[in-house]
Design a protein around this ligand. Structure first.
Ligand SMILES: [Zn+2]
Length: 307
């Protein structure tokens, strides 16, 4: 059976006197093979990815593993504890400051350590994101390993024109590490379905790179989007979503949701589909309190999609 070791990375000490650690679990197989890294919680409020990794490590014995897995369940513990996208203290977004800076702000120090002591050791990297506290999301990025992105098994994929600067995968791509970014789950709804899909997706990627024995399951019919627009409200208040299925098709001008004032009872904003033929990539499944500029909806353009 594979051996498991807990090898946290030490970042430093907080003013409260507690140490700030990045958790890393190493699972070593009995046969040679590549090193596969999995991270979650780079964005602390995206708790579903953390739960996927927790349940993955708890429920899977990983018998027959080749090579090794390096699993970082919570890449930004301080931000996870605060249920915050930014790191408390400097409020920086960890996934915009890679490759980090050893002498920089706390978030930059975390990024630097994560690159040096985790990412640089990998041959394959899977980074788990989610929709956060209120929205729910469901797609996988194609970065530089299309077969692995497809193997996760989501129906929607996204091939961006360029990699966003400062993300962990901007580093791994540069290093030639095959990388997959997953966006799955989130919102104020039962997450069990997403957690189960997350575990199945990770196992299927591990079978595809042949570090786990067994045949990989072929992916379902998949759509590759080339354009996704994030629709952000201009007004805060109570968002009443009218599209409440991720993956559903929407038409040009169709109402996605309305922001209303629970104070004056006025309708403040009507949010509509920006594409003639769209598909819902992120939405709010239930009414939610929102601020202006948040992730309201993400809509993929089906007219420019592949396949
Ligand atoms: Zn994220």
């Amino acid at each position: 059976m594979p051996t498991r070791t807990y090898r946290p990375i030490h970042i430093g000490t907080l003013a409260s006197g507690t140490g700030l650690l990045l958790p890393v679990h190493e699972i070593r197989g009995d046969r040679p093979g590549p090193t596969v890294g999995i991270s979650a919680g780079i964005h602390g409020e995206e708790a579903t990815g953390v739960e996927i990794v927790y349940q993955f490590l708890k429920t899977q014995d990983l018998a027959g593993l080749a090579g090794r897995l390096l699993v970082m369940p919570v890449a930004n513990p301080f931000s996870y504890a605060a249920v915050s996208r930014g790191t408390p203290i400097d409020m920086m977004n960890l996934n915009r400051v890679f490759p980090g800076n050893a002498g920089g702000h706390l978030t930059e120090q975390i990024a630097h350590k994560m690159v040096e002591d985790f990412l640089k050791q990998l041959d394959v990297y899977v980074d788990l994101h989610a929709g956060g506290s209120t929205p729910t999301v469901d797609y996988v990025y194609i970065i530089n390993a299309e077969q692995l992105s497809r193997a996760f098994g989501s129906r929607l994929l996204y091939r961006p024109k360029e990699t966003l600067n400062g993300t962990s995968i901007s580093v791994t791509r540069e290093l030639g590490i095959r990388s997959v970014v997953v966006e799955l789950g989130g919102g104020r709804v039962d997450q069990r379905e997403y957690v189960a899909r997350g575990i199945a997706g990770l196992l299927n990627i591990l079978r595809t790179v042949e570090v786990l024995p067994g045949k990989a399951t072929p992916p379902p019919a998949q759509t590759v989007l080339r354009e996704i627009v994030t629709v952000r409200p201009h007004h805060g208040g109570l968002l009443l979503p009218e599209v409440t299925a991720v993956g559903g098709e929407v038409r040009g001008g169709q109402v996605l949701g309305r922001v209303v004032s629970p104070y004056s009872m006025e309708e403040l904003e009507v949010i509509r589909c920006p594409f003639e033929r769209g598909v819902v990539v992120l939405t709010h499944l239930v009414p939610s309190v929102v601020e202006p500029g948040i992730y309201g909806f993400m809509i993929g353009n089906l007219s420019s999609a592949e396949g």
